[in-house]
Design a protein. Structure first.
Lengths: 68, 918
């Protein structure tokens, strides 16, 4: 039976901070810096009350070098 | 044989890739299902027109008067700026489904003027305003209008007043399959000199961002070229190309990458993004383009000042020939533009020669112009359609094989689909996606000029990358699992016979291949859409959108279900067509003999069910002489929904004549079939008895026997009911004064005659089957009448119009309906085209009045064009009707049967068409 509490990786933009946010397959949130290797230099991200996440297509994952 | 015919032969034999480059760019990629990754499937709002200039597309490209290679790796299109618009005009603008009072609608004037089938010559016209384009006015005014009001058109805004606009003609001429000459002619129709920026633009479709380690292609300026400059394009798979720009132009470069800052508020990873050229030209931001003159998107920036009534020309050439080779061949002075004008002129003449061989001379100049633009529109409506559904589902977190998947808003069960092909679109702005049943009609017209392309299109929908493993044909991207009327087999056997007649030999291998897949599709219908196993078929709305009392694709508010007259009629026609194919195959391969008998019997079952099933509440109503849907309620009661609509005329279309040759070759088939019929007299009592031999020994398979046929024809040919001055209406005019009302559970469900736009939002509200004239179903009616004619002959006459006292053979009736359909487009005795209704600009202005648009459907009383304005797609089938009656006589039809529809002997129909107008 599918575990509906698990997520596949997904990509967002934080509209308030203007940065890429990733939710990995375990459900953890990461912010990506604007570097050549954004995924490798990811930082944990904790949304605040003001955080406004907009989902963007999975095909931007390649642009940001995400491994999933 | 004309030069274009030689090119078609070379393309077919794979000697030269004449079709590699063509008008394969869409007019609109934004707002499509493919580009939609929203949670709820809100395609129109997820990727908007406003975003399109800044956001890289995932699956395909769009552009103005554009071309690309057949994999859409390298694209070329036109961008314009009048110095007043807030953005470059890089693509057509239109309203989304929710912005307009009658659904999505392009708000531009553009015309597909000409194209040969190999695209060796093409011509396109765009009318560009000199004042600022009224984006906001169009949106706001349209939003404020109700469904009962007219649409707010661009002409209504006043931007074309005083003719302050440019006619921008774009011509393409191929010097060779990989060498495109491009000529842009800008004509100032206004009273004063006007400035305009012309930006022919070359770019690569962005494949590298989402293809892992894909090599990135490059565009860069190279020296030693003519004035204006040269762009070198290098692609790892496509190889090298050069775009030569003649005259005084500045080359601007950026990247076809999303401006993530503008779209998402996230910093860009490159300073040069998709809207860089826009920002440089419109806002003077020089830093938005790459000073190193390289990128993946480039434009040649021309600044023109055009005197009133005058024109200026920009010339370009996209070629595999390197600058040094041109210099060697033409000398440094001539370079890539040596002999340019000669090539353009040669291709124009060759296009004329080609169409002189296609368009019957008897049609006269105006009708010939209509027919040529119909075919041009069909050829310009080809598009590279790219959609890997499995990948798309995976990218949105809906991978069908992952346990943790999210539900996708649509197409969940179509993950086998990989589409990446050139496909004929219904309308590249309003419907830039294929629709299976539309496509079958497109082929009927396209085969006038390119049989090979027609065959490829039919085969494509049956390939494993399209047809569902369960046998269902994909409907359209909004819901591949929806159900379209099954007309694919009809188009297939038509195309087979056409090629056989033209080339002296049919492509049996292709026909067998199609037949095998069509068998899967036929069986899917039988197993999925016949609820009770009684050969009565459903199918939901079946392409006829709002025609019913209820939304036929949704659960009925009454409970129960519908016996659909059209669903069952479509299946009777499908069985007819499968029988035709089986017979053709059996004539060369006796293994198909059993399939002939299978479809003979299945045809009889379906046909019989349509008329008799249900006893006193069957679909046939003897009192009215018409067929209706039957509502079967949960309590066992049944009720005819007595709406006189196309639903009740479609059973008339399920009629096919068979030549005697099969029955002569296989007398055993005849014996076995007659034994079957003799043992089931209750079946034969309900439809035309196929044992009765007609003219020239032919047999007829038909839902309607002679009695019922006469009854239905009397209604159909009554001008107070279906027969409009411009063809057969989709709903009887009787319902104007007598709306059909069903009272149920305290609510009224009403259908009344609406000759123009829909007044409800059912199926998007952008189409209307409650009165207007639709070309494809009229074509099926003409086909059926000709089948009846070759069976019954000249002895069968009927009053047409009903009550007129004028009797006609069924050939003459078919011809009369075709004449009325064609008269929508050709000038009447006062020089007016009914398609343009009350639009003075289109009726009277010499720069507008001979430009013909092929709308989606037409006003039921005055023939004015409605719905999508460039649905040359299935409306283009009018070209086939024009050709048919201009090259065929009743005598030939009776003598030769179906082959008469294909031979090309000039008749006098064109002259009679003119006489009838005056």
């Amino acid at each position: 039976m599918a575990d509906v509490k698990k997520f596949v990786g997904f990509l967002y933009v934080d509209k308030t901070g203007g940065q890429w946010i990733v939710r990995d397959p375990e459900g953890k949130l990461w912010s990506l810096p604007m570097t050549d290797n954004p995924w490798e230099e990811r930082q944990p991200f904790t949304p605040s009350d003001e955080t406004e996440l907009e989902a963007v297509p999975g095909h931007y994952k390649q642009m940001l070098g995400l491994p999933f | 044989m004309t030069a274009e015919h030689v090119r078609l032969d070379e393309a077919r034999q794979h000697k030269a890739p004449w079709k590699k480059w063509g008008p394969y760019l869409s007019e609109r990629q934004w707002g499509t299902v493919r580009e939609d990754y929203s949670e709820g499937g809100d395609a129109w709002n997820y990727f908007s027109h406003d975003q399109a200039r800044s956001r890289a597309y995932r699956w395909g490209e769009d552009g103005l008067a554009g071309v690309s290679d057949d994999q859409q790796r390298l694209c070329f299109a036109l961008a314009l700026w009048n110095g007043k618009d807030p953005i470059l005009k890089e693509r057509l603008f239109g309203l989304t489904n929710s912005e307009s009072n009658h659904g999505e609608d392009v708000k531009e004037y553009y015309f597909y003027l000409d194209s040969t089938p190999t695209h060796s010559y093409m011509r396109y016209l765009y009318k560009y305003t000199q004042s600022a384009y009224p984006y906001s006015d169009l949106v706001e005014t349209s939003r404020s209008r109700s469904r009962t009001e007219f649409e707010y058109e661009l002409l209504d805004t006043g931007v074309f007043d005083q003719d302050r606009y440019f006619d921008v003609f774009v011509e393409y001429a191929k010097a060779s399959p990989e060498d495109l000459l491009i000529q842009i002619s800008v004509c100032n129709r206004g009273p004063e000199a006007a400035h305009v920026h012309i930006l022919p633009t070359l770019w690569f479709r962005n494949e590298w961002s989402w293809a892992g380690n894909a090599d990135r292609p490059t565009l860069q300026q190279v020296g030693a070229g003519p004035p204006g400059g040269v762009v070198q394009a290098v692609h790892p798979l496509l190889g090298e190309r050069w775009l030569y720009c003649d005259g005084d132009a500045t080359l601007l470069f950026t990247e076809n990458e999303t401006n993530t800052q503008r779209i998402f508020g996230a910093p860009n990873r490159t300073p040069y993004v998709k809207d860089g050229i826009n920002d440089c030209v419109v806002h003077g931001r020089q830093e938005a383009v790459n000073p190193e003159k390289k990128g993946t998107k480039a434009a040649a920036h021309y600044r023109l000042t055009v005197p009133p009534g005058d024109s200026q020309v920009v010339r370009l050439r996209l070629s595999t020939t390197a600058p040094a080779e041109f210099a060697r061949a033409n000398g440094r002075a001539g370079g890539p533009f040596g002999g340019f004008d000669d090539v353009i002129q040669s291709r124009r003449i060759e296009a004329d020669d080609f169409y002189a061989s296609v368009i019957p001379a008897s049609l006269g100049a105006d009708a010939a112009n209509v027919m040529r633009q119909a075919l041009a529109g069909m050829l310009w409506s080809k598009q590279f359609y790219h959609y890997d559904v499995d990948k798309w589902l995976e990218e949105r977190g809906s991978d069908p094989f992952k346990e943790t998947r999210k539900q996708a808003p649509r197409n969940d069960h179509w993950h086998h689909m990989y589409n990446g092909d050139i496909i004929s679109m219904p309308d590249k702005w309003e419907y830039p996606w294929y629709a299976a049943w539309d496509l079958a009609f497109h082929v009927i017209a396209l085969t006038l000029v390119d049989v090979d392309f027609g065959k490829e299109q039919l085969r494509l929908m049956l390939r494993e990358r399209y047809l569902h493993p369960n046998g269902q044909m994909p409907a359209y991207e909004w819901n591949f699992g929806d159900v379209n009327p099954p007309v694919h087999a009809w188009s297939t056997i038509f195309t087979y016979h056409l090629e056989k007649a033209k080339r002296g030999e049919g492509d049996i291998k292709w026909l067998k291949s199609c037949f095998q897949k069509l068998l899967l599709n036929f069986t899917w219908w039988v197993n999925r859409k016949d609820r009770s196993g009684r050969n009565v078929f459903e199918g939901g709305f079946l392409g006829l959108d709002n025609i019913g009392v209820f939304d036929r694709s949704a659960p009925l508010p009454t409970g129960g279900y519908l016996d659909q007259a059209d669903g069952t009629a479509w299946m009777a026609l499908f069985a007819d067509n499968m029988l035709e194919i089986a017979i053709e195959l059996a004539l060369t391969d006796e293994d198909y003999e059993d399939m002939v008998l299978k479809f003979l019997e299945h045809d009889a079952w379906i046909t019989s069910s349509l008329v008799q099933l249900g006893g006193g509440t069957g679909m046939w109503d003897e009192e009215d002489g018409f067929l209706y849907d039957v509502l079967r309620l949960p309590n066992g009661k049944a009720h005819r929904l007595k709406v006189r609509s196309m639903v009740g005329l479609l059973p008339l279309c399920a009629a096919t004549v068979f030549e005697p040759e099969l029955f002569e070759k296989y007398p055993d088939i005849t014996r076995r079939f007659e034994r079957f019929l003799n043992s089931r007299p209750e079946l034969v009592a309900n439809f035309h008895d196929p044992r009765k031999v007609g003219a020239r020994g032919r047999r007829l398979f038909s839902v309607l026997d002679e009695h019922k046929l006469r009854r239905v024809l009397a209604v159909m040919l009554d001008e107070k009911e279906f027969l409009s001055p411009y063809g057969i209406r989709s709903l009887s005019r009787y319902h104007a004064d007598h709306p059909y009302v069903l009272h149920f559970a305290g609510q009224d469900y009403c259908v009344s005659y609406l000759p123009a736009e829909s007044d409800t939002g059912m199926f998007g509200g952008n189409s209307n089957w409650r009165g207007p004239i639709w070309m494809p179903v009229n074509a099926l009616i003409i086909r059926a009448l000709l089948n009846y004619y070759v069976y019954y002959g000249d002895d069968f006459t009927i009053e047409c119009p009903t009550g007129s006292g004028r009797r006609m053979s069924l050939y003459q009736v078919a011809e009369e309906i075709a004449r009325r359909l064609v008269s929508i487009f050709v000038k009447d005795s006062e020089g007016r085209r009914p398609v343009y209704g009350g639009s003075a600009k289109f009726q009277d202005d010499p720069h507008w009045r001979d430009l013909v648009l092929f709308y989606e459907y037409f006003h039921g009383d005055n023939g004015a064009g409605l719905g999508a304005s460039h649905q040359t797609g299935w409306t283009g089938i009018v070209a086939r009707a024009m050709h048919l009656f201009a090259t065929t006589t009743a005598e030939q039809m009776l003598e030769l049967g179906r082959d008469a529809a294909i031979i090309e002997t000039e008749s006098t129909w064109g002259a009679r068409l003119g006489a009838a107008r005056t």
